[in-house]
Design a protein around this ligand. Structure first.
Ligand SMILES: Cc1cc2nc3c(=O)[nH]c(=O)nc-3n(C[C@H](O)[C@H](O)[C@H](O)COP(=O)(O)O)c2cc1C
Length: 398
């Protein structure tokens, strides 16, 4: 069970939509949120808030099979909304989870008619926020207008990365009075083939499903950062998409999300894994020199480049640790991933042919121990010329 007193580093509590949350981790709507039991487990594991499975007018009936694995850290699913009747949510599940201390966010989808029928009862049942989810912007905005006019609790819009311009939709939601945003929902449609049976792995109507987990993180990261950069005053943005470890959460905070959703990681490792995320986040923030989530929040935004930079990388290879032990484990990943054959490790020497090296940086990124690092080398006259030429060419062909 998560206890704030056990944190060994930075403080991780946050303020979100006017509420104080024990951590930035939000258990996003999904199979772990099927009812009070799952929501309470999420709360006890350290989630700052927990989102119900999406509540609609009719309980969902799901096909078999509706979830599958894509690699070890991503999923594909065609699970629908909640398979509990909405009355059960109002009468049993939300009140029980709220009574256990969970900050419950009631997820309501997907049409105006459903928002009209459901949001007020979700508020009365004890939810502290409403999260609206829909298939298109055209249906989301009327749902938002209605909900803002009929509930007193904060209203969050969950955005989809599949929409033509999610960042523009975010803007419109804010203009229509959304108190917070969640970016983004699962990516799709996507497909997995079961090669033993030569057919789609999922039994949805078209065999397609929605991708979640690590594979979608860079898409979600870009969208969150862009929303944050466009809205310097926006504090109530929470990210959803592939937060699998504390490092991912720090990335999201630095990119401008105040909260970080977790669904696939909690499915794959068990919801109790959130406690590990909390402990790890606290330690990692401290290691990076931050005393709180707040200090890391938006930290990367001032450092976005204004233009493309052409320069060489100044590599540093430190094969030994300060205590004399080996830092380089001679895994040769740096050598292997060099598409240009520029790098050769002859431990403890590392040779780089700078005529072949294109300064792509991948060798540094795959080094598991930090023995190989790099900074941008100062730009030479020739770098500046090439940078200029490249910019002119790009202007011409745009
Ligand atoms: C099996 C499954 C069911 C989901 N059901 C819902 C849902 O009912 N409503 C919703 O808004 N999002 C739903 N999601 C999306 C998640 O809330 C989350 O936005 C998405 O999985 C990305 O986060 P992740 O990479 O941490 O999983 C579901 C995700 C999965 C994996």
């Amino acid at each position: 069970m998560f206890q704030k007193e056990n944190l060994k580093g930075a403080s991780i509590d946050i303020d979100f939509c006017g509420l104080h949350l024990q951590s930035p981790f939000i258990l996003t709507s999904g199979p772990l949120c099927y009812g009070a039991e799952g929501l309470i487990r999420g709360h006890r594991a350290g989630c700052g808030a927990v989102v119900t499975k999406t509540i609609r007018l009719e309980a969902a009936v799901n096909p078999a099979r509706h979830m599958g694995a894509v690699n070890s850290d991503s999923l594909i699913n065609c699970e629908k909304w909640s398979d509990y009747d909405r009355l059960r949510w109002y009468e049993e599940e939300i009140p029980r989870a709220a009574a256990a201390g969970a900050v419950v966010i009631g997820s309501v989808g997907h049409t105006l008619k459903e928002a009209q029928a459901i949001v007020r009862d979700v508020e009365l049942a004890g939810a502290k926020m409403i999260e609206l989810v829909s298939y298109t912007e055209e249906t989301l905005l009327p749902m938002l207008d209605y909900t803002k006019a009929h509930v007193d609790i904060p209203v969050i819009c969950k955005l989809s990365g599949n929409w033509p311009d999610t960042v523009a939709t975010a803007q419109r939601c804010l203009e229509h009075g959304a108190d917070g945003l969640c970016a983004i929902d699962s990516i799709g449609p996507t497909l997995k083939i079961d090669i033993r049976h030569a057919r789609p792995a999922l039994m949805s109507g078209d065999g397609y499903g929605w991708m979640t987990g690590a594979a979608m993180r860079p898409i979600a990261m870009r969208i969150n950062a862009e929303i944050a950069r466009n809205n310097p005053g926006l504090r109530n943005l929470y990210a959803s998409g592939g937060c699998m470890k504390p490092e991912d959460a720090v990335e999201y905070l630095m990119a401008g999300a105040m909260g970080v959703g977790v669904c696939t990681a909690a499915i794959l490792h068990g919801v109790e894994y959130v406690e590990k995320l909390c402990m790890g986040l606290s330690e990692l923030l401290a290691e990076l020199g931050y005393g709180s989530v707040q200090e890391a929040y938006r930290a990367a935004l001032p450092n976005f480049p204004q233009k493309e930079t052409v320069c060489a990388l100044d590599f540093r290879f430190s094969p030994f640790r300060e205590d004399g032990g080996k830092r380089c484990v001679a895994c040769r990943k740096c050598e292997r991933v060099c598409c240009y054959g520029a790098r050769k490790l002859e431990f403890p020497e590392m040779r780089v042919d700078m005529d072949k090296c294109r300064s792509c940086g991948l060798c540094v990124d795959v080094c598991p121990t930090g023995a190989l690092t790099a900074d941008n080398a100062p730009q030479t006259e020739r770098d500046l010329q090439r940078e200029q030429q490249s910019a002119e060419f790009y202007e011409k062909i745009k």
